[in-house]
Design a protein around this ligand. Structure first.
Ligand SMILES: Cc1cc2nc3c(=O)[nH]c(=O)nc-3n(C[C@H](O)[C@H](O)[C@H](O)COP(=O)(O)OP(=O)(O)OC[C@H]3O[C@@H](n4cnc5c(N)ncnc54)[C@H](O)[C@@H]3O)c2cc1C
Length: 387
């Protein structure tokens, strides 16, 4: 029978980061299992690649700052450029209540040392993104060190750096269950290629994580949520350096990537089909209409239906990651529920979980707010509508 010290179920950017950080801390015989034929078939390959530290809770700001520190030395650490570019994130408020909510978040950010995040008035907004129709914009917040990253390069970097330290990545292999001892711990990961004897398993299965946890009798509150992206034909109407621009009220946001303008606007997903990741043409027309009103120059750029895509966020009830040993199954480790922030937080989450698995506790950050038991304890993190 095949054996491993740790089987990481899911070879997206989070599983790859965990495996690399474990190996970097001296773990041997770590294996990544992924049912995809190669890297990037899950959410990581669908992400648009935003990075921000402008969040509304202390823990998310801290995760972003730790991740940013690691992004700055990512190439030295892994040999791959993660594409971190400081184009900034510009959040726009339509009225005083929205502005007040953004200010609340900024207080938390400033207290964490993100002093470059500032409030901006309508004139600053026009300067930061001259393409915007400024009517209806009361102001906003801007952080110049937010910006963009390249999800697939980060995945490639962690896989390559892990491989150099002995991590094995197995593609085209699905985990299908666990064998458990009478005390509830996992002895084997069952797979489509037979059982693998393990000392520990990591659930890094992205939007599919709840099913994996269920095999260990663990109720993990992670649900998929479809996110659609409309892409214009290649054009030079807006610069690649344009900040990520977000309307706080309805979440509509846009950026330029590889010569196309990407338009996003959150919607609830498909009723009764949570894993449906098709693109709805009605949504494409709606988001295009929003873009035309808010960024008039985009009336000159067609949306390219063949370039539009959708993927799945991995939502937790409080939109924060779930990190640590699974309740009732101490050798199953959870790194789930990043709720659409998983690429940007993957450098931090991988390091933190490796610390927890190696030392019993995370040392880089206090991650109490991310503990898996918080929902059962009725002590979730506050959910901020805007950030
Ligand atoms: C449209 C869109 C835009 C996004 N934009 C951003 C962004 O700007 N910034 C950001 O930080 N995040 C963004 N995200 C979120 C981000 O993509 C996720 O948070 C992140 O990719 C999660 O990484 P992961 O490794 O947990 O999941 P995944 O990449 O989904 O990896 C999970 C892997 O598990 C494998 N798997 C599942 N079940 C099994 C099984 N039983 N056996 C074997 N393998 C299994 C899957 O094949 C998959 O490869 C976006 C997501 C979408 C959909």
């Amino acid at each position: 029978m095949m054996t491993a010290s740790v089987a990481v179920i899911g070879g997206g950017v989070i599983g790859a980061s965990v495996a690399y950080h474990l190996a970097a801390r001296g773990w041997r015989d770590v294996v990544i299992l992924d049912r995809g034929v190669g890297p990037g078939e899950g959410s990581t390959g669908r992400a648009t690649g935003g990075y921000r530290a402008q969040y509304g809770t202390q823990i998310n700001v801290r995760l972003s700052l730790l991740a940013r520190e690691k992004l700055c030395r990512f190439e030295a650490e892994t040999g791959v450029d993660p594409g971190y570019s400081r184009a900034g994130y510009l959040w726009l408020a339509a009225d005083e209540p929205e502005l007040a909510a953004l200010r609340e978040g900024q207080k938390i950010q400033q207290a964490e040392g993100l002093s470059e995040a500032v409030e901006v008035g309508p004139d600053d907004v026009a300067r930061l993104n001259p393409a915007l129709a400024t009517d209806g914009i009361a102001g906003g917040v801007f952080c110049p060190t937010d910006g963009f990253i390249r999800p697939l390069r980060m995945l490639e970097g962690y896989l390559a750096a892990g491989a150099r330290l002995g991590v094995r990545s197995e593609w085209g292999i699905a985990a299908t269950g666990f064998s458990r001892r009478p005390d509830g711990t996992i002895s084997e990961v069952l797979t489509t290629r037979g059982p693998i004897g393990v000392a520990a398993a990591v659930n890094a299965a992205g939007p599919w994580a709840a099913a994996v946890a269920r095999w260990a009798g663990v109720a993990l509150p992670v649900t998929p949520l479809r996110r659609q992206v409309a892409a214009t034909v290649p054009c030079d109407l807006l610069p690649e350096t344009m900040p990520m621009t977000i309307f706080a009220g309805d979440g509509f946001h846009l950026r330029v990537r590889d010569g196309r303008v990407l338009l996003l606007w959150p919607t609830p997903g498909v009723e009764g089909r949570p894993f449906d990741d098709s693109v709805n043409p009605v949504w494409v027309r709606q988001v295009t209409g929003l873009a035309h009103r808010r960024v008039p120059v985009l009336r000159r750029a067609e949306v390219d239906p063949a370039a539009c895509w959708a993927g799945l966020y991995e939502m937790s009830p409080d939109k924060h990651a779930i990190l640590g040993p699974a309740p009732g199954c101490p050798n199953l480790f959870l790194v789930n529920g990043s709720s659409g922030h998983g690429v940007m937080h993957s450098p931090a989450l991988g390091q933190l979980l490796a610390e927890i698995m190696s030392d019993g506790t995370a040392t880089s950050l206090d991650v109490h707010a991310l503990r898996p038991t918080r929902f059962a304890e009725a002590d979730p993190n506050p959910v901020s509508g805007l950030l």
